[in-house]
Structures are given as structure tokens and as C-alpha cells.
Design a binder for this molecule. Structure first.
Ligand SMILES: Nc1ncnc2c1ncn2[C@@H]1O[C@H](COP(=O)(O)OP(=O)(O)O)[C@@H](O)[C@H]1O
Ligand SMILES: Cc1ncsc1CCOP(=O)(O)O
Length: 297
């Protein structure tokens, strides 16, 4: 099989920020603030059941974030149960943050069962690059074609095989440095790739990159700021076959709530509970008015 070719990413063609009139085409629908707002309303109606195989650091935070936004978490992460559960879950998160041997088996079971059942699943390749177990596991998992791959720039570059990884769980690269690697992964595996940063980028196999300019640096001062977003992406992916829209809506809702929580927070300690409150409070009309989306080839 020949290697996929990289499409040139070009320069960003900025659409107007903060208006509901952005019209960035996704696979099946327009990626607009309006469409993101509608997806939040659909999430609150559907209450998606999200299976999480995630790391020991962020398990509790992730469950609380899912509950706050309007989904239901289930941390079913052991062999024999993980594959059994994935077909009945609405969406699945596979996060490599603290990969025990049993979890690695469970991750593969869940990913294969999700793929076979058509359950959308999200791969978060935490700290891949130079650490052997998670890097090998991520390479196996990505071949099962995740619906969405979510990571920081260094993780995306390392997963694509074009760089060595970050500093532990933190990135040493900027989001724009990872766009070519993200596009390569998207083409190779049929995934949408979300790259975190001050401005988040969501990269499809073909077509414009979507950028979301909401957020707060306080998300990087509490643990789980990125990992819990992966779970929210799994929840949104259960509501639409358009993974570009799902990843954008999840990022938009999450970062909009975070920036509202940050206003008035004294620091990371007060930000964390305010963030859960803001996730529960944020409405579709807040999303319609508050998302700052732009797109570029
Ligand atoms: N400098 C920043 N300003 C605003 N928001 C940020 C900034 N850095 C990160 N974020 C937000 O925090 C989220 C998590 O980022 P980060 O902690 O870097 O992710 P990861 O867990 O993938 O390393 C991002 O998706 C983004 O929305
Ligand atoms: C600190 C740490 N170590 C292994 S996983 C993990 C959590 C990372 O979570 P996030 O990158 O979302 O803050």
C-alpha cells in the first residue's frame, strides 16, 4: 500500500470570530456555532453513556466532568468486561496515561469491539514518544481506526512518527507544529485529529482545519484538563456521524465553560469546582453566542 500524501495546509483563512455565521464544512454538516449548540442540546436529551478506560490520575475528574456536562460515565476498564461493554456504550474513551498491563489488554478489546459495533471511540495517546509500553500500545490501537484522536502537539507528532514526544505529559511543541502530523494521522487512519493548545485545532483528513479560540490557561494548571476533554469528545461523537463537528462541539462547549469558570477564580483550586458548575450551566444559546471558531485550509 502506498503512503498517504500530505495535503498542503496553507495559511489560515480566518472566518469572522464569535458570530453564528461561520460555515466550515464538515463531512456531513456545517461546522458552525449553531450546529455545536444543537449538539449540546442533543447531548442533554440523550445523556450518552461513556465508557472510559483512562488513567489513575484523572479518573474521578473525568467522571465528574461527564456528569456535569450531561453525560453518564462508566469506568469499565478490565479485560473481558471492556470488550463486552463497548457495544452497549454510546461512546468509548481510551486514554494511555497510566497503562497497566491489564488496561492495555482491555483497551484493545474495547477498541475492537467498538469498531465492530460502530460505537465511536476516542484515542488519547498520553505521553507517547519515548516510553515503550504506551508508544507500542498506541501504535496498535491507532490501527483500529479511532473516530477521534486527541492529544497535545508533541503527542500527535510522536504518534505520527515524525517526532520524539514531549516532556512527560506536557507538550514541547506548538499546535501549528503538529498540523502536518495531524493531517497525516487523519488520512492514514480515517480519524479526525484534535490538537490542544491556546487555540485548539481540529484536523480532518480533507478540508479546512477548524480552530477554537476559547479556553483558559487554568485548564493546564489542574490535572485532567486535556484528558477529560477526550471523554467529552466521546460523548459528543455518539450524537453525530460527523466527527469533525463532534470534536469541535466538545472542545467549544468545554473551553467556553472553562473560560467562564476562570472569570473570578482565584487560582487552580477555585477554578476546578467552578469549572464543573460552568459545564452544568452552559446552555446552547451561550454556545451559539460565545464560540470563537475559525477555519483555514
Ligand atoms: N494557553 C492556553 N490558553 C487557553 N487555553 C489553553 C491554553 N493551553 C491549553 N488550553 C486549553 O486547555 C486544554 C488542555 O490543554 P493541555 O493541558 O495542554 O492538554 P493535554 O492534556 O493534551 O496536554 C486545551 O484543549 C485548551 O483548550
Ligand atoms: C500527570 C499524569 N501522569 C500520567 S497521566 C497524567 C494526567 C495528565 O492529564 P492532563 O494532561 O489532562 O492534565
Amino acid at each position: 500500500m502506498s503512503e498517504p500524501t500530505l495535503e498542503p495546509l496553507g495559511t489560515s483563512l480566518e472566518a469572522p470570530l464569535g458570530t453564528p455565521s461561520e460555515s466550515l464544512r464538515g463531512a456531513d454538516a456545517q461546522v458552525t456555532a449553531e450546529a455545536c449548540a444543537a449538539l449540546l442540546a442533543a447531548l442533554r436529551d440523550a445523556v450518552p453513556l461513556v465508557q472510559c478506560i483512562t488513567n489513575a490520575v484523572v479518573t474521578n475528574v473525568t467522571a465528574n466532568v461527564l456528569l456535569a456536562v450531561g453525560a453518564t460515565p462508566a469506568m469499565v476498564d478490565i479485560p473481558e468486561e471492556a470488550g463486552q461493554f463497548a457495544p452497549v456504550a454510546s461512546g468509548v474513551l481510551v486514554n494511555l496515561g497510566t497503562p497497566t498491563p491489564a488496561q492495555c489488554v482491555a483497551m484493545r478489546e474495547a477498541a475492537e469491539a467498538a469498531a465492530a459495533a460502530g460505537t465511536p471511540w476516542v484515542l488519547d495517546p498520553v505521553a507517547v514518544g519515548f516510553l515503550a509500553v504506551r508508544t507500542r500500545t498506541a501504535q496498535d490501537l491507532v490501527a483500529i481506526r479511532p473516530t477521534i484522536i486527541r492529544g497535545n502537539p508533541s503527542e500527535i507528532i510522536a504518534l505520527a512518527g515524525t517526532g520524539g514526544g514531549g516532556r512527560g505529559v506536557d507538550s514541547v511543541d506548538g499546535p501549528d507544529d503538529a498540523l502536518d502530523a495531524a493531517r497525516l494521522l487523519a488520512i492514514r487512519h480515517g480519524s479526525v485529529v484534535a490538537v490542544s493548545g491556546a487555540v485548539d485545532a481540529v484536523v480532518p483528513a480533507h478540508g479546512p482545519v477548524v480552530r477554537i479560540a476559547n479556553g483558559t490557561p487554568l485548564l493546564t494548571r489542574v490535572t485532567g484538563g486535556g484528558c477529560a476533554l477526550g471523554a467529552v469528545m466521546a460523548a459528543f461523537a455518539s450524537l453525530t456521524p460527523d466527527a469533525l463537528l463532534a470534536a469541535t462541539a466538545a472542545t467549544g462547549v468545554y473551553t467556553l465553560a472553562a473560560e467562564r469558570a476562570a472569570a473570578g477564580a482565584a487560582g487552580p483550586g477555585t477554578f476546578a469546582p467552578r469549572f464543573l458548575d460552568a459545564l452544568a450551566d452552559v446552555t446552547p444559546s451561550d454556545v451559539r453566542r460565545g464560540l470563537r471558531l475559525s477555519g483555514g485550509d
